[in-house]
Design a protein around this ligand. Structure first.
Ligand code: ADP
Ligand code: ZN
Length: 604
């Protein structure tokens, strides 16, 4: 009797239902069709090729650029009772030969390979003597020369189609950009493949963006709501990463640094601890994250503006892969906007490239300064029409107030103009506020008509105005490296045409939340763990850690948080009830069932 896709979903992976388009994809590929799958991170791409590989005769060959990730995926599959292996440069000669032997003997359901390995004559020769169920090309956007993850070997993968025309291919990516999609189709010769496109919305992520007043205090308040949870804090510079990590560690967080300036062993060690221990906060530059498949990252915090919307989406997307509530939080300030604007002006790039970069910055700032649903702006940047309000972002939860800033904007713009477009915001604000000093008198700026015309607003309010004028493209930062401001073309409409300028009233700094006084660490605040559930939740996590450590795998390979949470709520009394819990397949039930039931049903 042939197993159905649903049988396998249930018995092997322990899930009750397919998500989104999974079933259609699985069936299309299982029947031999080619597919291009675009699905956001955490959407459930892996099952789209794993189940067809189990349904079809032969071995599914998975091309993946991320060596670090292969091992976790293979461990997770083995836990579920699937015959899986990987071939990459991390294996010794003997282990490699053993994997090849198993491949030729038809003993493997799935084999993960790095692209450079796949393309060797030796490996292609092996494949010719093997029955291949399918080719899965993961992270397919690596074919794109324009992206951050370009891998030249990916372009040679058309060879698979030429040498094995009858084997179905499925290419998968979480990159939303339409241009990248076209490139994948073209580069991998997938013109005839069926395209499966999902919405890129990540409904379980809550988005929040705020002004930076006091970065440390703001971060501390944010993290207080996430004690005991795993998360990533992104900062722009290595120095800031080191300082923030040290300071958080002192404040009692399990915080570790990660950036390209650390030696390879420290980096690998810190990454390993992030993956294998519960509740580690990784403080990192953007060098961290590629190929991090950890499902239970509960938050991603940005202390500076990210490079672009794509970068922001990718980085925040590392939160909440398991579908449980997660938070994307960012603070930024005027200096970020000036720095980014300068970096573009200074770069050696051709004008065309600079124009694209400026547009990207504008898109990012439009998001950061948005006064309506963030999700609408975020998805809109990738060409997806989302109709808010989503009810799950800061702007939806607490709509920001705006005020008519036309007059202050005119004052600011003319002060920039009258002082010769040669100064940064700090000096221009001094002119507006009428703060004279020696330098100003020497330069004669205390005689300007704009001197002191903005004394009715304090320095902080003026900084907010300047930031938003930059963000709105009414001011530009010069390439000189000093943050010099000049008028952008659009400013004419405000200065001469009297066009209305609406700015957001910057939220007052959040009031310092009461610190938790009790020494007990609350470990599941994002997940809504109640106080009475806490002891059992901690016990389940401790058992999971212990089992994971025994086997040398990350805890989530044993069971995901979502599965532990389901156990906590269902309180299964016996094996058959435990088997009904989402995420508990047959192999795991057999291996772990007794231990978990003992913890769940232990007398208080
Ligand atoms: P992606 O590769 O798209 O980022 P994964 O394949 O890693 O996503 O899946 C994300 C998470 O969702 C994993 O924890 C996976 O086990 C879980 N998952 C996938 N499909 C289902 C499903 N049908 N039911 C429940 N959980 C699922
Ligand atoms: Zn919203």
């Amino acid at each position: 009797m042939h197993a159905s896709s649903l049988d396998i979903l249930h018995s092997v992976f322990g899930y009750t239902a397919f998500r989104g388009q999974q079933q259609a994809i699985v069936e299309h590929v299982a029947e031999g069709g080619d597919a291009l799958v675009l699905m956001p991170t955490g959407g459930g791409k892996s099952l789209c090729y794993q189940i067809p590989a189990l349904l079809r005769q032969g071995t599914g060959i998975v091309v993946s650029p991320l060596i670090a990730l292969m091992q976790d995926q293979v461990d997770a599959l083995r836990e579920a009772g699937v015959a899986a292996a990987y071939l990459n440069s991390s294996l010794g000669a003997e282990d490699q030969r053993e994997v090849e032997r198993r491949l030729l003997a038809g003993e493997l359901n799935l084999l993960y390979v790095a692209p450079e390995r796949l393309l060797t004559q030796r490996f292609l020769g092996l494949l010719e003597r093997t029955e291949v169920a399918l080719f899965a090309i993961d992270e397919a956007h690596c074919v794109s020369q324009w992206g951050h993850d370009f891998r030249p070997e990916y372009r040679e993968l058309t060879l698979l189609h030429q040498r094995f025309p009858e084997v179905p291919r499925i290419a998968l990516t979480a990159t939303a950009d339409p241009r990248t999609r076209e490139e994948i189709v073209e580069r991998l010769a997938l013109q005839d493949a069926r395209q499966f496109m999902s919405s890129f919305d990540r409904p379980n992520i809550r988005y929040r963006v705020g002004q930076r007043h006091n970065a440390r205090r703001q971060l501390m308040e944010f993290l207080d709501g996430h004690r005991g949870e795993a998360g990533i804090v992104y900062a722009l510079s290595r120095k800031k990463v080191d300082e923030t990590a040290a300071w958080l560690a002192e404040a009692g967080f399990g915080a570790l640094p990660y950036h390209a300036g650390l030696d390879a062993a420290t980096r690998a060690g810190n990454q390993q601890r992030f993956l294998r221990e519960d509740g580690v906060v990784m403080v990192a530059t953007v060098a961290f994250g590629m190929g991090i498949d950890k499902p239970d990252v509960r938050f991603v915090a940005h202390l500076d503006l990210p490079r672009s919307m794509e970068g922001y989406y990718q980085e925040t997307g590392r939160a909440g892969r398991d579908g449980l509530p997660a938070e994307a939080w960012m603070i930024y300030g005027l200096s970020d906007v000036v720095t980014m604007s300068q970096m573009i002006a200074q770069s050696e790039s051709a004008d065309e490239r600079k124009r694209v970069e400026r547009q990207k910055l504008e898109a990012l700032l439009a998001y950061a300064e948005a006064t309506h649903c963030r999700r609408e702006v975020l998805l809109g940047a990738f060409g997806e029409q989302y109709h808010g309000p989503c009810g799950h972002c800061d702007n939806c939860i607490e709509p920001p107030k705006t005020w008519d800033a036309t007059v202050p904007a005119q004052k600011a713009l003319s002060a920039v103009y009258r002082s010769g477009q040669r100064y940064g915001s700090g000096y221009v604000i001094d002119i507006l506020r009428g703060n004279d000093n020696e330098r100003m008198r020497d330069l004669g700026h205390d005689k300007l008509s704009t001197f002191g015309i903005g004394a009715d607003m304090d320095e902080k309010q003026w900084r907010s105005v300047f930031r938003q004028l930059l963000a709105a493209g009414l001011l530009e930062a010069d390439a000189d490296g000093y943050g010099t401001l000049r008028l952008a073309r659009a400013s004419r409409e405000v200065l001469v045409g009297g066009k209305q300028v609406l700015l957001r009233e910057d939220a007052r700094p959040e009031r310092r939340s009461r610190r938790r006084r009790d020494s007990q660490v609350v470990t599941g605040s994002s997940l809504g763990i109640e106080a009475y559930e806490q002891p059992l939740w901690d016990a389940l996590r401790a058992l999971r850690s212990q089992l994971a450590k025994q086997q040398g795998v990350p805890p989530y390979v044993v069971f995901h948080d979502a599965t532990l949470l389901a156990m906590l709520r269902a309180m299964p009394a016996n094996e058959s009830e435990l088997g009904e819990v989402s995420g508990v397949g047959e192999a795991k039930l057999k291996r772990y069932g007794r231990d978990f039931l003992a913890v769940i049903n232990a007398p208080d």
